[in-house]
Ligand binder design. Sequence first.
Ligand code: SAH
Ligand code: F3S
Length: 433
Amino acid sequence: MSKKLFIETLGCAMNVRDSEHMIAELNAHGGYELTDDATQADLILINTCSVRERPVHKLFSELGTFNKLKKFDAKIGVCGCTASHLGKEIIKRAPYVNFVLGARNVSKITDVLHRDKAVEIDIDYDESQFAFKDFRSSPYKAYINISIGCDKQCTFCIVPKTRGDEISIPTDLIISEVRKAVENGAKEVFLLGQNVNNYGRRFSGVHEKINFTELLRRVSEVEGLERIRFTSPHPLHMDDEFIEEFARNPKICKSMHMPLQSGSTEILKAMKRGYTKEWFLNRARKLREMVPDVSISTDIIVAFPGESEEDFEDTLDVMRQVKFEQVFSFKYSPRPMTEAEQFTNMVDSEVGSERLSSLQALQDTILDELSSTLLGREFDVYFEELRSDGYVAGRSGNNVLIKVKGSEEHLGQTARVKITETTRLVQYGEIVA
Ligand code: SAH
Ligand code: F3S
């Protein structure tokens, strides 16, 4: 009888892919069957995120709960960025945890499984970390890593400390992963890295050096592949060549993530983001000019140390000018091992909460305005998900989330859909072709 694995994945798309890698390795070594019932599991894994403080606090209460409800001989492993960041501290605080496996060490999952109290959190690298057995949670869309780690030093961000230096994955390996995914039925690939448009900066061995724009061209040549998405690009590296390829290449979905963080040039400097408000606006303008239908999403941090009312107004100003289709907004959370942790000019927490809600209120009005323009328009939608309410959900190339009445047979298919009802976040429509 095969063993049962319960895995909870928190955080970003890279964690989703890391979880798939661990499932694949565990499957290849003894066969684990996935379960969503932790009480039945022989192995419980939590793949953690440490970008903000709150999920780290939550981890320990969650671990306590798992420890109480698990089968008596089930093992618990803590993986991912909080594992990298806290290491053996986790076993000190929760002694029933069997092993700790960092974000850069997921290839060692079958090894630590047999070493009680193992703590593997090195951020060194070797190429064995790139190639994994196959497992994908969706047959329709394939996540594919193109780089790991991050070389930037944004002063608020813990990721370079948990995921280590930035290494690009060899192009031929990426292309063969794309081919394999397409052979297995995926029509869409999602290229992943902390800083994708810095691709080619450093390889771990001798490999052909190409940049991200060239990588996009090569990926798009894979026959049978219909859609390419990627995350996250960095606004600093959005040169003309990149934006022009994005505009020109029909396989690239017209959806761009442009993490702004702040609209104030002063704050951007303190964050060490490497660009100014004007540069960001210039890049967004060029994108909108070249790709009129593009959807732009962003990440914003409010109440970074030293952020004045005026700085915050600059952020709102960028939001009014760019009219992002999606905003992920966060209140600044001081993180260990980051430069900003030492900053003393903290913004009052209540002021931070007020700024966050007024920013979100502004975004709501922008979204209401944007969604009302969608009524009656038609999009090509790639259906990926069957909902329990008799609908199937999918996205247009420019990332509009659309639901239509449908069934399993729509999954993995693209159809032309006319929007018949709009809401702030999801649009409803009917298939016209
Ligand atoms: N390289 C990724 C960043 C990963 S972290 C990217 O560019 O998208 C994801 C987001 O979390 C960041 O873009 C930032 O907006 C937010 N974030 C990171 N550190 C944070 C902190 N200390 N406090 C609040 N938000 C933070
Ligand atoms: Fe973090 Fe900045 Fe890299 S946000 S992941 S250090 S680009």
